[in-house]
Ligand binder design. Structure first.
Ligand SMILES: *[C@@H]1O[C@H](CO)[C@@H](O)[C@H](O)[C@H]1NC(C)=O
Ligand SMILES: *[C@@H]1O[C@H](CO)[C@@H](O)[C@H](O)[C@H]1NC(C)=O
Ligand SMILES: *[C@@H]1O[C@H](CO)[C@@H](O)[C@H](O)[C@H]1NC(C)=O
Length: 763
């Protein structure tokens, strides 16, 4: 709490700095060092945007060297322009620092340098003097003006050496100086009718400057009195903006003389350039009237000198003070002194974004100003120091909702009627990477028919990120992962820019029917934000696999012989064609047909079971050797088929046939032909996936290139002869003919397949 209090105090701490500088110094001259005088860290001046602004002016007279804190002259400073005749010339500046806002008053005392020479109002002064004038007579000479002040202004006058006059300096009751020509030796018109005397005014500056006037003396015959003003000092009040020709005041002087000698005329004797443009004096009536724009803010007080002169040129002078009164004619002016633009959208509420300064050139109530800010923007004005306001945020900004603000600030003064003005501050909100890309869908599904072309488009994903530029630029990529042990990138690719997903390879329904991958959408912010989505790819089957006949071995590879007992009756099951199809559904729904046989009337085959049965009882006349050619077709469009030959031996005696013959036809089926499952073919009389998997697991031959399946059908043999045969018996049987390692494997496979067949057929 204490800390906060201290900071608040600090913010409003107002230090008055005072510097002194000569007018007319060249740009870059060092006035002082504000860093040292305020105890500021030099390194922070730049970050704190230190600056000096002159009150009520846009001109930058002073600057700060942000590297070392030097206060510098930035523009010509002319003392006479700012302060005129004022004996002291102080320019007021605001020294502004931000983060936190700090304001210091800086007074710059401008010292006069002798850059102006004395100037007489006219080049020639005409003076008409009667020859009867006595020694000591005095004639007023209007003083020379020097815009400088103090010792740089007029110090003395030097009158050209002459036999008749000397020069004397006088001071009026109003404090102004004038000179008098004093007659030292009487004039004689007959001796000299006129004379010209050079009067030089010199100032006290160094180097000294001077100005001259010629006094033209005309010697007359008669005597005369000088005019006398009714007042030594006249004062008039004049509202600003008074129209042209407005009467300001009438000055009046009387002359004791009669006739032409008493005729008084008026003229301005001393008049600043400024006054000259504003006022005129009626030579005859002494009326001062307005001839220019009377602006209180340009000048609130004018002093002019009026000379009254009679017909002989005798004159006197009076001072006229014109006080201009203020009218509420200046609307307040809003200055944007600082603006952090753009402002990051994550700025916390209360962040200062700008500094507003309001000024009203009027005075008193007319310059009292209230500031307000438009409604419905998340900003407010916090009165700071003097006529400064901080523009601060009042809530959380969100660039994605509002990216630009036009904040209108209105200032109204308390004049009557009040005047107001407004200023619109354009403020942009800068982006922060605060939005994660969001996919348009919770998840995506892609459907593809197997055997697709590599590179074909599967689907496309889209994620939106409302952030700006790279913060909202979405890049798509596949998340690393595996499908069936291979990297996902070998299956799919995603176009990083468009989110279009392509197949990298051709898919095989028989290998897998579906898989999932994850696609990530990442923006290009730093740090980036990302999200991911699941894409399920479903592969549909085409009839691209022919039925695969497992038993008997395909034609050409080998041949096997089934024993058919002579006593078999019609309807006896004698063998079975076992086939599988790696496709699914209709594509794997198999049917069996006998396309050729030795005796067409003897055997039939179950359309869907593949079971071969006798149609009638076997008779002695039937040939011992019977051959069948069986076609297995699937139900795909178009249908694929395979054929096999079946050799049947009608005999009761196993001894008639050597074992060798029986097992010679080991069927070699490359593992690739064996799909991972056959579930769909269940019920068609062929394989079941469970058994098949079992077979794989049992044989341990998954990794081998070949799978040897030895077919055997126990139904065609007496049960004891089959089931009692051990693996070694078969191995022995094989051993008789071949002892290669493949044969060992084949034996194992045979054993497995033996059981497989058994289960299938028994069930
Ligand atoms: C703000 O003002 C500018 C200039 O008048 C205009 O072009 C811009 O569209 C305004 N922006 C908003 C957000 O109103
Ligand atoms: C993106 O956001 C970061 C902050 O998260 C910001 O610094 C950057 O300027 C932003 N980029 C753009 C182009 O707006
Ligand atoms: C994917 O998204 C989930 C939930 O949105 C998140 O838990 C997971 O970390 C993300 N994975 C990656 C690699 O970005």
């Amino acid at each position: 709490l204490l800390g906060v209090f201290f900071i608040v105090l600090c913010r409003y701490l107002n230090i008055y700095l005072s510097y002194s500088v000569q007018e007319e110094l060249k740009r870059g001259s060092v006035i002082g060092n504000i860093a040292k005088d305020l105890g500021l860290e030099v390194g922070r001046l730049s970050a704190r945007k230190a600056r000096v602004d002159m009150e009520g002016s846009d001109r930058q007279y002073c600057g700060i060297n942000l590297r070392n804190g030097d206060l510098l002259v930035a523009d010509r400073i002319d003392r006479e322009e700012h302060c005129g005749e004022k004996p002291s010339c102080v320019l007021k500046f605001d020294l502004l620092l931000e983060n936190p806002l700090e304001l210091h008053r800086l007074n710059l005392q401008v010292q006069d340098v002798n850059d102006n020479a004395p100037v007489f109002p006219k080049d020639i002064i005409k003076l008409e003097i009667r020859e009867s004038a006595v020694k000591g007579a005095r004639y007023r000479i209007n003083a020379a003006q020097d815009a400088d002040i103090g010792k740089n202004s007029v110090e003395s006058y030097i009158l050209q050496q002459n036999p008749h006059f000397v020069f004397s300096i006088q001071t009026t009751s109003a404090g102004s100086k004038y000179g008098e020509l004093v007659l030292d030796k009487e004039l004689d018109r007959e001796e000299q009718q006129e004379m010209k005397l050079l009067l030089t005014a010199v100032d006290g500056g160094s180097p000294q400057r001077s100005g001259t006037v010629v006094i033209h003396v005309i010697v007359l015959d008669a005597n005369d009195n000088a005019p006398v003003f009714t007042e030594a000092v006249y004062t008039a009040a004049l509202p600003e903006n008074s129209p042209l020709k407005t009467k300001v005041i009438i000055v009046s002087a009387t002359d004791a003389d009669e006739g032409v000698n008493g005729e008084v005329t008026y003229e301005f004797s001393r008049l600043s350039d400024k006054s000259q443009k504003l006022f005129s004096l009626d030579e005859k009536t002494g009326e001062i009237s307005v001839t220019g724009d009377i602006d209180y803010e340009e000048g609130s007080k004018y002093e002019v000198f009026v000379e009254a002169k009679d017909g002989y040129g005798l004159s006197s002078e009076a001072k006229v003070i014109i006080d201009v009164t203020d009218v509420n004619d200046n609307a307040p002016v809003l200055y944007l002194k600082s603006l952090s633009n753009p402002i990051p959208e994550n700025s916390s509420p209360g962040t200062q974004v700008g500094i507003i300064n309001v000024q009203d050139r009027d005075s008193e109530n007319n310059r009292q100003v209230r500031c307000s800010i438009q409604q419905n923007v998340p900003f407010k004005l916090v009165p700071s120091i003097k006529n400064y306001y901080s523009l601060v945020t009042t809530g959380q900004l969100d660039r994605e909702l509002v990216s630009d603000y036009n904040i209108t600030i209105t200032a109204t003064d308390e004049g009557s009627p009040p005047l107001s003005s407004s200023k619109t501050v354009e403020l942009s909100v800068a982006d922060i990477n605060d939005n994660t890309p969001v996919f348009e869908e919770q998840s995506y599904s892609a459907y593809v028919t197997e055997n697709n072309k590599p590179g074909s488009t599967l689907c496309s994903v889209t994620a939106r990120d409302p952030d700006w530029r790279q913060n909202g630029t979405v890049i798509y990529s596949l998340l690393a992962g595996e499908v069936n042990g291979a990297p996902v990138s070998s299956y799919l690719s995603v176009n990083g820019d468009t989110g279009v997903i392509h197949a990298v390879r051709s898919f095989d329904y028989e290998q897998f029917r579906s898989f999932k991958v994850h696609v990530m959408a990442r923006d290009n912010g730093s740090p980036p934000l990302s999200s991911n989505v699941t894409i399920s790819v479903f592969i549909s089957d085409v009839n691209d696999n022919s039925p695969q006949i497992l038993y008997p071995a395909p034609e050409g590879n080998s041949f096997m012989t089934e024993l058919v007992p002579k006593a078999a009756h019609g309807g006896s099951l004698v063998s079975k064609v076992i086939a599988v199809d790696a496709d699914s559904g209709q594509n794997a729904w198999l049917s069996y047909h006998i396309v050729k046989s030795t005796d067409p009337g003897l055997f039939t085959i179950g359309l869907h079971s593949g079971e071969i049965r006798t149609q009638r009882d076997i008779s002695e006349s039937d040939s011992m050797k019977q051959n069948l050619i069986v076609a297995v077709k699937d139900n795909g469009q178009p249908s694929l088929s395979a054929t096999c030959s079946m050799y049947l031996l009608i005999s009761d005696n196993l001894a008639e046939v050597k074992p060798r013959l029986l097992f010679d036809g080991a069927v070699a089926i490359p593992s690739a032909y064996l799909p991972p499952n056959y579930a769909d073919v269940d019920g068609t009389g062929t394989l079941r996936s469970t058994y098949n998997y079992d077979a794989y697991l049992t044989t341990g031959s998954r990794t081998s290139d070949f799978k040897f399946v030895t077919s055997y059908n126990d139904n065609t043999l007496p049960a004891d002869q089959t089931l009692k045969k051990s693996l070694t018996d078969f191995a022995d049987a094989f051993g008789d003919c071949d002892t290669s390692p493949e044969v060992g494997k084949a034996v194992k496979s045979f054993y497995t397949y033996f059981y497989y067949c058994r289960f299938t057929l028994v069930q």
